[in-house]
Design a protein around this ligand. Structure first.
Ligand SMILES: [Zn+2]
Length: 65
């Protein structure tokens, strides 16, 4: 019935969002290259291999003082 079809669409939509989120978090190190992902911290990304650090300005909230 239509009820079953609706549930299927909902699931595939959820997976698409999750995949996009993961892709955004995982970032490769510009120094080490492909395969080396940077560790996500509160407001920065750090490479465990070469200690390269990249700060994130994107998520700064203007309303917060
Ligand atoms: Zn690195």
């Amino acid at each position: 019935m239509s009820k079953e079809k609706k549930g299927e669409v909902s699931v595939s939509k959820f997976y698409k969002i999750t995949d996009d989120k993961v892709e955004r978090i995982k970032r490769e190190c510009p120094r080490c290259g492909k395969g080396v992902f940077m560790a996500l911290h509160k407001d920065r990304l750090t490479c465990g291999k070469c200690s390269y650090t990249e700060f994130q300005k994107e998520q700064t909230k203007k309303s917060k003082q």
